[in-house]
Design a protein around this ligand. Structure first.
Ligand code: AKB
Length: 338
């Protein structure tokens, strides 16, 4: 008899770290985590952790033989900056990894005659606005607008959204009598900011990097222009979005991919918020034209009205509350001398 569990891939990453903590408090089912890395100390022991590569077929065979997946949070991915240094490997991890898991979810859905729920974090990186004038005109993009990503990561996320829709509506549409489909649901995140972890490999990283450097008393040179604007979200809201979407009644969902966002800031405004709490911080601007061009192609804000309408999405943290109640108090504690 297979044991019913919730699977979290990429569990040692930034979102995984916060999600595992939250799920350990509230999940109906035990957690199984999968990552190439060991789990950080503070979440170690909250799950059965498998330190392995998602692309290793033996690993997935072992998972299938032992577990029945009620729900899968597929977080494992290589991000937008990292992806440009090794695009082929990034495609392998981001697309082939997702495809393998979707097939596994589809097989288990058929076998148990009940859909496996598949929760997939997508990203603002699926957008690609051609120039700053268009970015100004389409200030709050809707889900279907400007889906012309200019990074491997963005292209992978967009394609995997489509794969997810395919697996939840059309997979084996001509071959099987009454296929039971995967219940695929996805949120497109803006740049995320955690008080506990520093991102690596992304292009929205300048926001959280600025803040963590200030808290550590280190100088920081921001790699985009002061006027570059994108939306951000505090990590607890990212976890809330994943859990709320997972809990939403299927009949309320009019689409499978939803924008979610919280507050939009220019890099200069981000700096001003950091200086409000760390007035001594040394934050300068030294744009890296290539990374900046990627952020310029992302929308200044996202329209998340469909998520608000269909499943009651609302962030708990606006920018003020994010800094005052979540980021600053926790970061101060994190870097407090022992
Ligand atoms: C990245 O910068 O690649 C990510 C993202 C916006 O999805 N943080």
């Amino acid at each position: 008899m297979r044991k019913k569990v919730v699977l979290i891939t990429g569990a040692a990453g930034e979102i995984g770290h916060a999600l595992v903590k939250a799920l350990a408090r509230q999940s109906e089912y035990p957690l199984v985590t999968l990552d190439l890395q060991p789990l950080p100390e503070d979440i170690d022991g909250l799950s059965t952790h498998i330190e392995a590569d998602l692309l290793d077929a033996n690993v997935l065979d072992r998972l299938v033989s032992e577990y029945e997946f009620e729900r899968i949070f597929h977080l494992a991915a290589l991000l937008s900056t990292r992806g440009e240094f090794s695009p082929v490997m990034t495609h392998e991890v981001n697309v082939n990894g997702t495809m393998r898991l979707l097939r596994l979810a589809a097989e288990q859905s058929e076998w148990r005659r009940r859909p496996v729920q598949f929760i997939f974090p997508s990203s603002i990186a699926v957008y690609g606005l051609p120039d700053l004038e268009t970015k100004r005109q389409y200030a709050r993009v809707r889900e279907w607008e400007w889906n012309y990503p200019r990074t491997m990561y963005g292209a992978n996320k967009l394609y995997c959204e489509l794969l997810g829709v395919y697996f939840s509506q059309y997979y084996r549409q001509l071959a099987a009598e009454q296929p039971v489909m995967v219940d695929f649901r996805s949120v497109r995140f803006p740049g995320l900011i955690s008080a506990f972890t520093i991102p690596s490999g992304g292009t929205s990283d300048y926001g959280p990097e600025m803040l963590h450097a200030a808290a550590k008393g280190e100088p920081y040179a921001c790699f985009v222009r002061p006027d570059v604007r994108i939306p951000f979200m505090a990590m607890p809201d990212a976890v809330k979005a994943l859990l709320d979407l997972a809990a939403a009644p299927a009949e309320n969902l009019s689409q499978r991919v939803y924008n979610v966002t919280s507050f939009s800031l220019s890099a200069e405004e981000f700096r001003a918020w950091v200086l409000k709490f760390f007035p001594q911080a040394e934050i300068t601007f030294e744009p890296d034209l290539k990374r900046q061009a990627i952020v310029d192609s992302w929308a200044a804000d996202m329209d998340d009205s469909a998520a608000r309408r269909d499943w009651g999405w609302q962030p708990d943290y606006d920018v003020q509350r994010a800094f005052e109640e979540y980021l600053v108090p926790n970061i101060l504690q994190l870097y407090q001398p022992a």
